[in-house]
Write a protein that binds this ligand. Structure first.
Ligand code: BGC
Length: 357
């Protein structure tokens, strides 16, 4: 028996049927993820699905094609009207493109959990579960400060910046935190940006896409003559995700860089391709956003929703989606580099040692 949503509360919760986790099986959770090309969403879909199933929920998982906004827009009413989901968990491809698509969910009082990325401009969002993206942005800056010894070095270092997708609120939060931590070093001349491209709009990478990053890296290499020997020195590149780092590193390898000459390259997601680059000296660090932590929080939220209770929250002020602050839970991201990837990722079974060979 599946419960139905009625006027703002779930029938089961209203009648007191679902006060324990054991009763979760009666709720169908619909997940909408952005794409399967990016290592994060590809691997995280099954993790979230299995975690919810283990907690007793029924689950249906949809991917938005290849970051195809209209596909994701069609999935929203379809999940509500045809699949008859009881709870929606959505990572938007374009945070601002789901306002109309979520009207059916809102009308039918289906709770919507915004997963990792904030869905903007709609009051259909009930909760937001994500990582502390400010902290993640600071970690990128900290990597550069530490690896280039910016507090002690005499000669200026050259850096180029890449931002995430303009369609994603996370990208802007991360950028702001990263750049404000590096700004004093730019102002004092310790960091120099040969391209002078220092705004989010100039440096953004549409859909966080590796190919878009490769194109921009190729053009920076050509215009500013970056080369491991004999050209302009490049000391660091900020890559806001491992996918973007993938494109940047590909461009640098083509230009003759190798592990011994590779600039400091940051990243985010700690998926195996990037961790292999870290192991091989082709990427400096990444930010682990543990999919199991996030999935556990989604389960907590779904259990609370089914029980008619408020889930545990730790931020109710900072994530305004254009209709007011969204009730959020922020998980802690973790800094990963050569010194700790084995302990954090391999020893814990998150990544198999043989996948890094
Ligand atoms: C996520 C990142 C991810 C990026 C690209 C962002 O919203 O927070 O973890 O790398 O999307 O998929």
């Amino acid at each position: 028996m599946k419960f139905k949503a009625i006027s703002g509360v779930l029938l089961g919760a209203a009648l007191g049927f679902f006060s324990s986790q054991a009763c979760a099986g009666k709720a169908l959770v619909g997940i909408a993820f952005p794409n399967q090309d990016n290592a994060r969403w590809f691997s995280e879909g099954p993790v979230l699905m299995d975690t919810l199933k283990q907690a007793g929920f029924d689950v249906t998982l949809f991917y938005g094609g290849d970051d195809d906004v209209p596909i994701q827009q069609r999935q929203m009413p379809r999940m509500v009207e045809k699949e008859k989901v009881d709870i929606l968990v959505v990572t938007p491809i374009d945070g601002k493109a789901l306002t109309d698509a979520l009207k059916a969910a809102k009308e039918k009082h289906i709770p919507v959990i915004s997963y990792d990325r904030l869905i903007m401009n709609t009051d259909a969002v009930s909760y937001y579960v994500t990582f502390d993206n400010v902290r993640a942005g600071q970690m990128h800056a900290e990597a550069v400060i530490k690896e280039l010894d910016l507090d002690n070095r005499a000669e200026p270092a050259n850096i180029e910046f890449f931002g995430g997708s303009p369609t994603d609120n996370n990208a802007k939060v991360l950028w702001k935190a990263m750049i404000s931590k590096l700004q004093p070093y730019i102002d004092s001349g310790k960091l120099s940006v040969p391209s002078k491209e220092m705004t989010f709009d100039k440096c953004a990478t549409e859909f966080w896409n590796a190919e878009n990053a490769l194109k921009r890296m190729d053009s920076l290499i050509e215009k500013y003559h970056y080369a491991p020997k004999g050209g302009t020195k490049l000391d660091a590149v900020i890559a806001p995700s491992d996918g973007v780092a993938n494109g940047i590193v590909a461009g640098l390898l083509k230009a003759g860089y190798d592990a011994s000459t590779m600039p400091v390259i940051t990243g985010q997601d700690a998926k195996k391709e990037a961790v292999k680059r870290i192991k091989d000296g082709l990427q400096t660090m990444t930010v682990l956003k543990s999919s199991t932590k996030l999935a556990a929080k989604v389960v907590d939220m779904c259990n609370a929703i089914v029980a008619g209770k408020e889930p545990e929250l730790n931020n109710t002020t900072d994530y305004d989606n254009g209709t007011g602050p969204v009730k959020a839970y922020l998980c802690e991201p973790v800094y990963v580099d050569r010194s700790n990837y084995k302990e954090l990722l391999v020893d814990t079974g998150m990544i198999k040692a043989e996948d890094l060979n």
